[in-house]
Design a protein around this ligand. Structure first.
Ligand SMILES: NC(=O)c1ccc[n+]([C@@H]2O[C@H](COP(=O)([O-])OP(=O)(O)OC[C@H]3O[C@@H](n4cnc5c(N)ncnc54)[C@H](OP(=O)(O)O)[C@@H]3O)[C@@H](O)[C@H]2O)c1
Length: 245
């Protein structure tokens, strides 16, 4: 009965994660959305479509410490997880505000918002779940990064795009490298990795993207389910190859 927590699941890649996870009724799936007023129509259809799936929708705004703590408090209640703990934590939710910003016209408020959501969100949610003792001893923590978070990939990317977002994903990469080491003091069996989903057809990726969410997420779940200790701190492309830092 593995337990999955996925953030940002009302659309895009997060919704596809839920679509694929609820097919297996052995999974307990916690589908997080930004707020109680989020449009969860598609998410509800996906959950109801997989009859008798074991999935619930909870709100968790990764830009809000208060919301993160409330979410973890809800999970800590016996009726949500019982005696189970989180086996797979997928940090998927993220924002890319004003992609046309480059490094010479960064708008501080927008960059702050992206750092808050894309870096501090996954950091604080992981810490809150750890502190509440809700992570299983061999939890897999999966950070959805981007090729734009890689220095090496970005150097070859012309024209360079989404400078603020790219900076936030590079910071996320460093967060994961630190978490991979720091979490060992508490959960020696834990594995923390980053994955680049590729250019995916979602609201963020746009219509011209290469991959369907189904292909990208199918590949990412294969990686998630095959992680070993030796992978701790690694940065994958959804195809399975490593992304250069
Ligand atoms: N699509 C691509 O080509 C691509 C490429 C590389 C990396 N990625 C990464 O893949 C992940 C998913 O991207 P996507 O393409 O599915 O993006 P998307 O279509 O824009 O969906 C983003 C999801 O994150 C949620 N979200 C945003 N801010 C949130 C917050 N503060 N709290 C909770 N949820 C929040 C959104 O909820 P709302 O509906 O409430 O806004 C939505 O469910 C992201 O980490 C992204 O950086 C995507």
């Amino acid at each position: 009965m593995p337990v999955y927590v996925v953030t940002g699941t009302n659309r895009g890649i997060g919704l596809e994660f839920i679509r694929q996870l609820v097919r297996d009724h052995a999974n307990t799936v916690i589908a997080c959305v930004r707020s109680p007023t989020s449009d969860v129509g598609s998410l509800q259809s996906v959950i109801e479509g997989a009859k008798n799936s074991n999935a619930i929708i909870l709100d968790c705004d990764i830009s809000s410490t208060e919301s993160i703590n409330r979410f973890v408090g809800t999970l800590a209640k016996q009726q949500v997880l019982g005696r189970q703990k989180v086996d797979f934590l997928v940090h998927n939710a993220a924002i890319n505000i004003k992609p046309e910003m480059n490094s010479l016209n960064l708008e501080p408020d927008l960059v702050h918002q992206m750092i808050t959501a894309n870096v501090l969100g996954p950091a604080l949610l992981t810490s809150a779940l750890l502190t509440a003792k809700l992570l299983s001893s061999d939890v897999r923590i999966f950070h959805i990064s981007s090729g734009l978070g890689s220095m090496a990939v970005s150097l070859d990317h012309k024209p360079r795009q989404s400078a603020g977002y790219s900076i936030s994903k590079a910071a996320l990469n460093m967060l994961a490298v630190h978490q991979a080491e720091d979490i060992k003091a508490y959960l020696p069996g834990a594995v923390v990795v980053l994955v680049d989903p590729g250019w995916v057809k979602t609201d963020m990726g746009g219509k011209n993207a290469i991959y369907e969410p189904s292909e990208s997420v199918g590949n990412m779940l294969k990686i998630l389910h095959s992680l070993e200790q030796s992978n701790n701190g690694e940065y994958f492309h959804h195809s399975g190859r490593r992304v250069p830092w």
